[in-house]
Ligand binder design. Structure first.
Ligand SMILES: C[S@@+](CC[C@H](N)C(=O)[O-])C[C@H]1O[C@@H](n2cnc3c(N)ncnc32)[C@H](O)[C@@H]1O
Length: 278
């Protein structure tokens, strides 16, 4: 099977990803930057930066004396990142996590926010470890001796009721075969990330669960928009006509008890944060 980077979106889907993923990612981005000791004047590399949430948050922490670079393999994600990051001094670089175009010891912090599961292809079995390992090895190469490498990955899908409702809707409407892209999003065991950190020579490795309640305003609009902005939702419309609308209705019904009178959906989301020092 050909090796392809994961989580590739079109321009319009990338715009929707920016809008719908922002509220879900924000608390994890804060925890990731805090754990990697990003502060005034730091030089930070955000690997697999997508539309740039973590890079934008990093600029607030590093201030004008710092440096923030966002790297992603997908130029479409970077285009959207550049639009939303306009006004921030962020360098956007098209490149691969497995071959970072920087000299060794360039950054104080190298972070992968929901990145490890996409720099590899879980369908390829043993290659999973190879690609993740290579990405972490590269992160460890470009971080300074007193710096930090950190990553977040989702905990199993059952720990995040919103995503679990998405999983059940996909399965009932389109069958088990439609779940492959979603499995990929949730297919990276934090222990594999820990092992990759250890093999890359990182020390003081910590793995912490982060579980936060996140409020998503206007669930009736949010759910179909979010479904159209992730690979597992985008693929759904190829399977069955109206599948995405049906899935959105099923998710809404399943989560109705978590929706306030004003339409805001509040649910726990769970990710693991892995950090280590050179
Ligand atoms: C789920 S998005 C996460 C984006 C962002 N970090 C966030 O938190 O929203 C995964 C990103 O990984 C990128 N990606 C996948 N494989 C990659 C690779 N080998 N090197 C660099 N980026 C990669 C995709 O293009 C996509 O933007």
């Amino acid at each position: 099977m050909a090796k392809e980077p994961g989580f590739q979106l079109t321009r319009s889907a990338a715009e929707r990803y920016e809008r719908t993923a922002a509220p879900i990612m924000a608390p994890f981005v804060s925890a990731l930057l805090a754990a990697s000791r990003v502060r005034t004047g730091s030089a930070v590399l955000v690997v697999a930066c997508g539309t740039g949430f973590a890079a934008r948050a990093a600029t607030e922490r590093v201030g004008p004396m710092g440096r923030v670079v966002g790297l992603d393999v997908n130029p479409t994600m970077l285009e959207v990142a550049a639009v939303h990051g306009a006004g921030n001094a962020i360098e956007w670089v098209e490149g691969s996590a497995e071959a970072l175009p920087f000299p060794r010891e360039t950054f104080d912090a190298v972070v992968l926010q929901q990145g490890p599961q996409f720099v590899t292809d879980v369908r390829q079995g043993p290659q999973f470890v190879t690609d993740l390992q290579q990405a972490v090895h590269e992160a460890a190469r470009v971080v300074r001796a007193d710096g930090c490498v950190a990553a977040t990955v989702w905990l199993p899908v059952a720990r995040s009721p919103y995503f679990d409702a998405c999983r059940r809707a996909l399965q009932s409407i389109a069958g088990e075969g439609a779940l492959a892209p979603l499995h990929r999003q949730f297919g990276c065991d934090p222990e594999q990330v820990r092992r990759a950190f250890r093999s890359a020579g990182l020390h003081d490795i910590e793995v912490d669960d982060i579980v936060v309640d996140i409020s998503l305003p206007d669930a009736v609009d949010f759910i179909p928009a979010q479904l159209s902005a992730v690979p597992w939702g985008a693929a759904l419309s190829d399977v069955v006509p109206d599948a995405r609308d049906r899935a959105a209705r099923a998710i809404l019904m399943e989560l109705v008890d978590l929706i306030d009178a004003d339409g805001t959906l509040t649910a726990p989301f769970a990710a693991a944060l892995v950090s280590g020092n050179p």
